[in-house]
Design a protein around this ligand. Structure first.
Ligand code: ADP
Ligand code: MG
Length: 226
């Protein structure tokens, strides 16, 4: 028992350390990117190509930080009562510019009175990774619809897009580390998401049709809190 306690304390230390490092490393990555771009603008063709490759690799490092640790907080994991509407509103604020950039939109429709128990930053990370995939799948007039309700003691959250969809042969591979169909994908987003949802006693399923769209359904045990 003693040893287990020590181990979980160590795990906490490692994860909070990882979160601080992620925050600290982000800035120098951006600064390095800026200087590389500057130099690329003043150099010959062959070196420009190398600069471009270096910038791509930096972007990849930033993306890994985003999908793993963007919302990680350098403090202990705390479990609190989470209001689904509030959590998703905050996500919306972060994700809207990305949707606009991809020529589409995000529509939220969440009642005020839905609560689950969990960790706010992790839940945000999980939703972020799912919604980001929807946006990256946009074709023309992309839209993500997000709605939620309570049923039989569970909170259901649906995230549905009209994007490119997923080949049925690939559905089973979602969440596998490094599985990605994107040119610059990390293949880590859903792995992180699945782990977070599992840790919060939730379930996630994907319904998708190629060239039609994808619907993700997530359920959590409901907290009746009034
Ligand atoms: P990445 O986004 O870096 O590729 P993810 O783990 O987030 O890694 O997703 C893995 C793969 O799942 C994606 O490459 C994509 O093929 C597929 N995918 C996930 N969500 C969607 C979606 N909403 N629409 C289309 N494909 C999706
Ligand atoms: Mg992704």
């Amino acid at each position: 028992y003693n040893q287990q306690l020590q181990l979980s304390e160590k795990m906490e230390m490692i994860s909070s350390l990882a979160a601080s490092v992620a925050h600290e490393v982000r800035n120098p990555l951006q600064v390095t990117r800026g200087f590389l771009q500057l130099v690329a603008g003043r150099t010959d063709d062959k070196n420009k190509e190398y600069m471009g490759m270096a910038i791509e690799e930096l972007d990849r490092a930033s993306q890994i930080i985003t999908e793993f640790l963007m919302f990680a907080k350098p403090q202990m994991d705390e479990l609190i009562d989470l209001n689904i509407s509030q959590e998703l509103k905050q996500i919306e604020g972060i994700i809207l510019p990305l949707a606009t950039l991809h020529g589409g939109s995000v529509v939220l429709n969440i009642p005020q009175n839905l609560y689950i128990r969990g960790n706010s930053s992790k839940l945000k990370q999980a939703f972020m990774n799912i919604i980001k995939n929807s946006i990256e799948a946009f074709r023309e007039d992309g839209q993500v619809n997000i709605w939620a309700y309570e049923q039989h003691g569970e909170i259901f959250i649906h995230i549905k897009d009209n994007g490119e969809g997923i080949d049925s042969s690939k559905l089973a591979r979602l969440g596998e580390p490094y599985f990605s169909t994107k040119k610059k994908g990390t293949g880590l987003g859903l792995m992180v998401t699945f782990r977070i949802i599992e840790a919060m006693k939730g379930r996630i399923i994907f319904n998708s049709q190629k060239n039609v769209g994808t619907e993700v359904v997530i359920r959590f045990p409901s907290l009746t809190s009034f």
